[in-house]
Design a protein around this ligand. Structure first.
Ligand code: ZN
Ligand code: ZN
Length: 123
Protein backbone atom coordinates (compact mmCIF):
# COMPACT_ATOMS: atom_id res chain seq x y z
CA UNK A 1 0.00 0.00 0.00
CA UNK A 2 2.75 2.43 0.93
CA UNK A 3 4.47 1.67 -2.36
CA UNK A 4 1.34 2.49 -4.32
CA UNK A 5 0.86 5.72 -2.40
CA UNK A 6 4.38 6.80 -3.23
CA UNK A 7 3.91 5.96 -6.90
CA UNK A 8 0.57 7.76 -7.09
CA UNK A 9 2.28 10.90 -5.85
CA UNK A 10 4.94 11.07 -8.55
CA UNK A 11 4.90 11.19 -12.31
CA UNK A 12 8.55 10.52 -12.89
CA UNK A 13 8.73 6.71 -12.92
CA UNK A 14 11.10 6.27 -10.00
CA UNK A 15 13.64 3.53 -9.39
CA UNK A 16 13.23 0.87 -6.71
CA UNK A 17 15.86 2.62 -4.56
CA UNK A 18 14.03 5.91 -4.75
CA UNK A 19 10.75 4.20 -3.81
CA UNK A 20 12.55 2.58 -0.88
CA UNK A 21 13.76 5.95 0.41
CA UNK A 22 10.27 7.44 0.15
CA UNK A 23 8.49 4.51 1.80
CA UNK A 24 11.06 4.55 4.59
CA UNK A 25 9.99 8.09 5.51
CA UNK A 26 6.62 6.62 6.49
CA UNK A 27 7.73 3.15 7.60
CA UNK A 28 11.24 3.64 9.00
CA UNK A 29 11.84 -0.04 9.77
CA UNK A 30 11.05 -1.47 6.39
CA UNK A 31 13.87 -3.33 4.63
CA UNK A 32 15.03 -2.96 1.08
CA UNK A 33 14.30 -6.65 0.50
CA UNK A 34 10.66 -6.13 1.47
CA UNK A 35 10.34 -3.28 -1.01
CA UNK A 36 11.89 -5.28 -3.84
CA UNK A 37 9.74 -8.30 -3.02
CA UNK A 38 6.56 -6.22 -3.00
CA UNK A 39 7.48 -4.47 -6.24
CA UNK A 40 7.75 -7.91 -7.84
CA UNK A 41 4.42 -9.02 -6.37
CA UNK A 42 2.69 -5.86 -7.62
CA UNK A 43 4.25 -6.41 -11.02
CA UNK A 44 3.03 -10.02 -11.11
CA UNK A 45 -0.44 -8.81 -10.19
CA UNK A 46 -0.26 -6.37 -13.11
CA UNK A 47 -0.70 -3.37 -10.84
CA UNK A 48 2.75 -2.00 -11.66
CA UNK A 49 4.85 -2.05 -14.78
CA UNK A 50 8.59 -2.04 -14.83
CA UNK A 51 9.49 0.17 -17.74
CA UNK A 52 11.66 -1.17 -20.47
CA UNK A 53 13.81 1.83 -21.30
CA UNK A 54 17.19 1.70 -22.98
CA UNK A 55 20.01 2.05 -20.53
CA UNK A 56 17.84 2.19 -17.41
CA UNK A 57 16.85 -0.56 -15.04
CA UNK A 58 14.03 -0.90 -12.59
CA UNK A 59 11.88 2.16 -13.22
CA UNK A 60 8.30 1.66 -12.10
CA UNK A 61 4.89 3.12 -12.73
CA UNK A 62 1.31 2.20 -11.99
CA UNK A 63 -0.17 0.37 -14.94
CA UNK A 64 -2.22 2.60 -17.21
CA UNK A 65 -3.09 2.82 -20.86
CA UNK A 66 -0.22 2.56 -23.26
CA UNK A 67 1.49 5.92 -23.54
CA UNK A 68 4.67 7.57 -24.79
CA UNK A 69 7.52 8.58 -22.54
CA UNK A 70 10.00 11.42 -22.56
CA UNK A 71 13.34 10.67 -20.93
CA UNK A 72 15.54 13.54 -19.81
CA UNK A 73 19.10 12.75 -20.75
CA UNK A 74 20.52 14.94 -18.03
CA UNK A 75 18.54 14.10 -14.86
CA UNK A 76 17.24 10.73 -16.03
CA UNK A 77 13.64 11.41 -15.05
CA UNK A 78 10.96 9.82 -17.18
CA UNK A 79 7.83 11.79 -17.96
CA UNK A 80 4.52 10.72 -19.46
CA UNK A 81 3.58 12.47 -22.65
CA UNK A 82 -0.14 13.04 -22.56
CA UNK A 83 -0.64 12.27 -26.19
CA UNK A 84 -2.59 9.34 -27.57
CA UNK A 85 -0.60 6.50 -29.11
CA UNK A 86 -0.46 6.96 -32.87
CA UNK A 87 -2.06 3.69 -33.88
CA UNK A 88 -2.09 4.94 -37.49
CA UNK A 89 1.65 4.23 -37.51
CA UNK A 90 0.90 0.52 -37.05
CA UNK A 91 -1.50 0.60 -39.97
CA UNK A 92 0.89 2.59 -42.12
CA UNK A 93 3.81 0.22 -41.62
CA UNK A 94 1.63 -2.88 -41.81
CA UNK A 95 0.52 -1.73 -45.25
CA UNK A 96 4.08 -0.99 -46.34
CA UNK A 97 5.62 -4.20 -45.06
CA UNK A 98 2.85 -6.77 -44.92
CA UNK A 99 3.75 -7.45 -41.27
CA UNK A 100 0.94 -8.00 -38.80
CA UNK A 101 1.83 -5.16 -36.42
CA UNK A 102 0.23 -5.24 -32.96
CA UNK A 103 1.92 -2.28 -31.28
CA UNK A 104 4.99 -0.09 -31.32
CA UNK A 105 7.36 1.32 -28.76
CA UNK A 106 8.62 4.86 -29.13
CA UNK A 107 10.45 7.03 -26.64
CA UNK A 108 11.46 10.66 -26.80
CA UNK A 109 14.66 12.07 -25.37
CA UNK A 110 16.06 15.50 -24.64
CA UNK A 111 16.13 17.96 -21.75
CA UNK A 112 13.27 18.47 -19.29
CA UNK A 113 12.14 21.94 -18.12
CA UNK A 114 14.33 21.89 -15.00
CA UNK A 115 17.42 20.85 -16.92
CA UNK A 116 16.84 23.47 -19.61
CA UNK A 117 16.69 26.02 -16.81
CA UNK A 118 19.82 24.59 -15.18
CA UNK A 119 17.89 23.40 -12.11
CA UNK A 120 18.57 19.69 -12.46
CA UNK A 121 18.16 17.60 -9.37
CA UNK A 122 18.73 13.95 -9.81
CA UNK A 123 15.98 11.46 -9.11
ZN1 ZN B 1 16.02 16.78 -16.59
ZN1 ZN C 1 4.51 6.39 -17.97
Amino acid sequence: MAILEVLKGVRTHPSADWIYDEVRKKLPHISKGTIYRNLNVLEDEDVLVELNVDGMVGRYEIRQDNHYHFICQQCGRIFDLNEPIETELNVKFAKKTGFNITHHHLEFRGLCHDCQAGLAKSN
